[in-house]
Each structure stands twice: as C-alpha cells, then as structure tokens.
Design a protein around this ligand. Structure first.
Ligand code: GLN
Length: 192
C-alpha cells in the first residue's frame, strides 16, 4: 500500500512518521506526478489558505480533485479538513468541495483556541481517543450522505466520513494513538 502525504506546508512530517510506524510506503507529495500510483492521500493540518495556494501554484488542485472523484481515499486533518469541505467561508483559493460538510475556521474562542480532550469515537471501539485541537475548525453542518464519527460534549461535530473521505478537526498525528490512521488505511484497503 502506498500513501501520499501532501507536503506543501504544515504538519506533514508527523503523518509520515505515523504511517511508517504502521508499515506502509509513504510518498511526500509536492508535485502532481507524485500523485501517480497512490492508494490514498493525507492532507495535513497547517494553514488552509497557504496549503490551498501552494496546491494551486503547483498544479495539484485539479489533479487531486480528479483522482478523488475517481476513487482516491483522502484523510484531511484540521486545515486538511477545511480543504476537503465546501466553500462555506468564501475562501480563496477555493477548497476542494469533495465532502458535503460546512466548516467554520478557527471556530473555538480564545481560551480554547488550543486544547486537548478525550473523544468518544464509536468506530474505534470504547477506548477514548486523545483529541488535540489547535486553532481548530468545526463542522457546522453535514448533509445526509455524511456519517458523523465524533462530537464534543457540547455536540459540536469534529469528525466525519463520506465514502472514502475522512475529515478530522483535530490532530491524530500528534498523539501516540495510531487508531485513526489505521482506520483510514482500512478504508483504503476496502476493509471499512
Ligand atoms: N487555523 C487553521 C486554518 O484555518 C487550521 C489550524 C490547523 O490546521 N491546526 O487553516
């Protein structure tokens, strides 16, 4: 299995480490030709406008959208989740719009701009998952095709899946818990 990690900007190195720990081949993606032959792609956290601009400048945007529409599974974390969602906030460059989720950027007020909390994610089993939120976005609304995977105690949606696309408002790559990366690999392998 060969997984690409978009390596334009942000927390890509940590995703690469996690995937190595899980024993898969990893390709850091900065150029369109590096998308060839991938079985899945991770779009990391960072700054969504910078990532979007670099994707556009390096001719990655259309190629990623095209591969996704032809079945390439994608995991987006934090800024990567914003890139997967609809253009709820008139961002430029526009996000990919692959998932029917309305996303609000920098959604948590000052005190909680960055925080950690245990998340209940039923698809992973009973053990809570450590949620690391860093100037995180939230999912304001989803449509019927989207499966909600996790909410905060106040009901805010922070993880969702639509077919082969997985969106997380937080940073599983900054924890020791490999279960969400493994869950994504299971989607890639058709086991989930
Ligand atoms: N605040 C960032 C944005 O709006 C996302 C933060 C993150 O990826 N940790 O793009």
């Amino acid at each position: 299995m060969k997984i690409g990690v978009l390596a334009s900007q942000g927390a890509f190195a940590e995703h690469i480490d996690k995937l190595h720990q899980l024993g898969v081949e990893v390709v850091p993606v900065r150029l369109p030709e590096e998308l060839e032959g991938l079985d899945g792609l991770i779009i990391p956290g960072g700054e969504s406008t910078s990532i979007g601009r670099l994707m556009r400048d390096y001719q990655l945007t259309d190629k990623i959208r095209d591969r996704a529409e032809n079945g390439l599974p994608i995991l987006g974390t934090c800024a990567g989740m914003i890139i997967l969602g609809k253009n709820s906030q008139n961002m430029y460059p526009e996000p990919l719009g692959l998932m029917d989720i309305e996303v609000r950027r920098n959604a948590f007020g000052r005190q909680r701009e960055s925080f950690e909390t245990e998340l209940n994610i039923p698809v992973l089993g009973e053990k809570p998952f450590p949620g690391v939120f860093i100037r995180a976005p939230l999912i304001e609304q989803v449509d019927g095709k989207v499966e909600i995977l996790a909410r905060l105690a106040d009901n805010t949606i922070v993880a969702a899946r639509q077919g082969k696309f997985l969106a997380l408002a937080f940073h599983p790559e900054l924890t020791d818990d490999p279960r969400l990366h493994q869950y994504f690999l299971d989607i890639v392998a058709g086991r989930q």
